[in-house]
Ligand binder design. Structure first.
Ligand code: DC
Length: 228
């Protein structure tokens, strides 16, 4: 029987982390966790309930009211995000949430709340988790850490195509501005900013397709699993 490992996948917004993490988890029969969805669900709750991001008491109270869980969706072959029992998978991908989520994810209390749950999910290993701080903060002991990068123009185009599926009026300028804004906040925030772990392997997918990217990551994963 092969040993299960923890695979941490980090990188900037829209560089294909979730696509890779999801495919890798399916191949290895591991659990896939999209931690960005958790920050998005929290941002959605804050926005629905008009929680001021400058009010620590309101934030603490709001967090105590939030229950997050993932549930497998057989139609999309991926887990949907549930906020207090409601499937919010579609709402959390909308621009209204995307434009606020980085500010919410920069709040220390929010990060502590989300990270504790993420660490609990990895207790039994056999997990592929994607985010910004997985290899540095959530699982610094992960057996495999992958830092995904891609050319910014490619990332904007990929994100535009994704968003156009539900919002045909979306412009390339709006997408580019949102990505730049999030990258800036995610990488400059005081609390666990996005950075490449010293022992992470870099995967630049600008010039390779999804299958080639998966092959590279699978090779790394199988080497780690064999040696664990
Ligand atoms: O991966 P994503 O775009 O869905 O992430 C949404 C936001 O949440 C993004 O602005 C960065 C933040 N995030 C984070 O700070 N830490 C994580 N582990 C995952 C996401």
């Amino acid at each position: 029987m092969s040993n299960k490992i923890i695979i941490a996948i980090d990188g900037f917004s829209s560089c294909g982390k979730s696509t890779l993490a999801k495919a890798l988890a399916a191949k290895l029969e591991y659990v896939f966790i999209d931690t960005g969805a958790m920050y998005r669900a929290i941002a959605l709750y804050f926005s629905r309930n008009n929680i001021s991001l400058l009010d620590p008491t309101a934030i603490a109270n709001a967090l105590s009211q939030i229950q997050l869980h993932f549930e497998y969706n057989p139609h999309t072959l991926k887990s949907d995000m549930y906020l207090n029992g409601e499937n919010v998978e579609l709402q959390i991908r909308e621009m209204q949430v995307s434009s606020k989520v980085s500010e919410v994810a920069a709040i220390a209390a929010v990060r502590n709340f989300a990270v504790a749950q993420q660490q609990a999910m990895g207790q039994h290993k056999g997990i592929v988790m994607d985010g910004r701080d997985i290899g540095t903060v959530v699982f610094p002991q992960a057996e495999l850490k992958i830092f995904v990068t891609a050319d910014p123009a490619i990332r904007v185009n990929r994100r535009l195509l994704e968003l156009q599926a539900t919002d045909p009026a979306i412009t390339i300028e709006a997408v580019a501005e949102n990505l730049q804004h999030r990258d800036h906040i995610d990488s400059t925030r005081a609390h666990s900013p996005l950075r490449q772990a010293a022992d992470a392997l870099v995967l630049d997918n600008t010039h390779i397709n999804k299958e080639e990217q998966l092959e590279m990551a699978l090779k790394w994963a199988r080497e780690r699993i064999a040696h664990d």
